[in-house]
Design a protein around this ligand. Structure first.
Ligand SMILES: [Zn+2]
Length: 301
């Protein structure tokens, strides 16, 4: 079986980005996998710590157990998204045991998020996790720069973030970071933002984001590894397509499908109907916005 790191490396060479769908609720897993299969595509299924702490994902084990009921390794692989060293509420997290347990269980890639640490501490934490992951033949994703939005409370106005480049991943730091940590994939901040996950904002439409493509291509040049775009819901599409040509090889999709699931459930109070809504929306995203239908042949030959 091909390693997921090899698959994402291929995606980078072919200038395509593999979607990684977040599953804040366990019943979302089946319809997303079915949609990927029916579109003859390839995706990752992922869960972040915040989704089992604050939404309905329960825990990495519950997600794993649901995943293996439906998995088809030629179509989907399981990724552990954001395990922060310092979380969105500014609390320290005992992150290593969480990551170790997931690797033991069979997660093929894991993300350590040290983005709220200073550079040196982020390097230390990431290097450690990359070592652990590589021992298990798994891949390690890290984050440098600040992809804002998960924190409680309102964001500064989007245009302010974009114009000032506040929190953008620094090019020089990215070069040092990747060389010293040996991480496989890097989540970068280039104007993208996470959808709100708590409070009144979680049901609101995200502000439409833009991306600094020049900045991205410099990051790609110096790091030479697959770059990851978080906050993949709600980016103006022309920017997204340029980003994929300039080094983005994995894109995290959370808000859109979560809101689809929650809205459908609220309307009908039926999990089956909410699953149908997620299935249809996932197929539309794959064939439309992300444009990765029928990539099986490209990836697996
Ligand atoms: Zn993220």
């Amino acid at each position: 079986m091909e390693k997921v790191s090899e698959i994402i490396n291929k995606a980078r060479k072919m200038n395509i980005a593999i979607p990684a769908f977040n599953v804040p609720y366990l019943p979302m897993i089946e319809p997303i996998i079915q949609a990927v299969i029916d579109e003859d595509s390839f995706s990752l299924i992922e869960v972040a710590r915040v989704e089992w702490m604050k939404t309905g994902a329960k825990g990495p084990r519950e997600v794993y157990e649901e995943f293996i009921k439906w998995e088809k390794p030629n179509y989907v692989r399981l990724h552990l998204d954001h395990v922060p060293v310092i979380d969105e509420d500014n609390k320290r997290v005992d992150y290593l045991p969480i990551i170790k347990e997931a690797l033991e269980m069979g997660y093929e890639s894991v993300m350590v998020d040290g983005s709220r640490l200073d550079l040196e501490a982020n390097i230390q934490a990431t290097r450690r996790v990359a070592e652990l992951a590589h021992k298990k033949d798994a891949a390690c994703e890290a984050e440098l720069g600040a992809v804002m939005g998960h924190e409680p409370g309102p964001l500064p106005p989007y245009e302010e973030i974009f114009a000032s480049g506040k929190g953008f991943t620094d090019v020089k730091e990215a070069e040092i970071f990747v060389a010293q940590t040996n991480c496989d994939w890097l989540s970068v901040a280039i104007g993208n933002i996470h959808g709100a996950i708590s409070g009144a904002l979680r049901n609101k439409k995200k502000p439409e984001a833009r991306l600094d493509i020049k900045h991205l291509s410099r990051l790609s040049e110096v790091t030479r590894i697959p770059l990851v775009l978080h906050g993949g819901s709600g980016i103006a599409r022309e920017y997204y397509l340029e980003a994929v040509k300039n080094g983005i090889s994995k894109v995290n999709v959370g808000t859109e499908l979560r809101q689809t699931y929650e809205a459908a459930l609220q309307e009908d109070n039926s999990i089956a109907k909410a699953q149908d809504a997620v299935y249809n929306h996932t197929r539309n995203l794959i064939s439309g916005y992300y444009n990765v239908s029928g990539i099986q042949k490209k990836i697996f030959g």
